[in-house]
Design a protein around this ligand. Structure first.
Ligand SMILES: CC(C)(COP(=O)(O)OP(=O)(O)OC[C@H]1O[C@@H](n2cnc3c(N)ncnc32)[C@H](O)[C@@H]1OP(=O)(O)O)[C@@H](O)C(=O)NCCC(=O)NCCS
Length: 139
């Protein structure tokens, strides 16, 4: 998938104000440690630094939701992180993002922190970010 493909899917998945531009994806993909998993229906972008990985974003096209795509794409990302040397993986999720929180809870992530007012949605009250972590272990 190209940076343009990723940006288009991201725009469909997130509100326009929260979507990332193609240039941001190009820049991230050029950085060492960035790993892309998924396809044109759902993708995850992670970054591995030594023994820690971070989910940068994950998005499923609204036309393909609730088919298990995010679950398997996240699993693929975790396997890639493990192969690259990560022993744990972190992410941040908006406290009001019910779908993503359910996805991460089901995938075995635990809350390890909370950042009040981290997200600043346009014309809406700030939303806290929950910091979540999962220990990675070979299956
Ligand atoms: C969150 C998101 C990636 C889930 O994608 P998806 O492909 O529909 O998710 P899956 O079908 O793999 O769902 C896996 C599990 O997540 C949970 N889940 C997913 N969507 C849900 C929803 N709308 N409500 C409640 N739980 C949900 C369920 O536990 C689900 O398992 P189940 O279907 O067996 O009940 C998708 O809704 C999305 O792109 N949202 C906008 C972008 C976003 O918020 N990304 C995460 C930022 S941290």
């Amino acid at each position: 998938m190209t940076a343009d493909d990723l940006a288009a899917l991201h725009t469909r998945a997130f509100s326009a104000t929260r979507a990332w531009a193609a240039a941001e994806f190009s820049s991230l993909l050029a950085q060492p440690g960035t790993i892309l998993t998924g396809d044109t229906r759902c993708f995850a972008l992670i970054r591995v630094t030594l023994d820690e990985a971070e989910v940068l974003t994950i998005a499923t096209d609204p036309a393909h939701r609730r088919q298990g795509l995010a679950r398997i794409t996240l699993q693929a990302a975790e396997h890639s992180a493990l192969r690259t040397g990560a022993t744990q993986i972190f992410l941040e999720v908006a406290e009001d993002n019910t779908a993503a929180r359910a996805l991460y809870a089901g995938a075995g992530y635990d809350q390890v922190g909370r950042r009040p007012g981290y997200y600043l949605p346009k014309d809406q009250a700030p939303v806290a970010a929950l910091v979540m972590r999962k220990h990675l272990a070979p299956a």
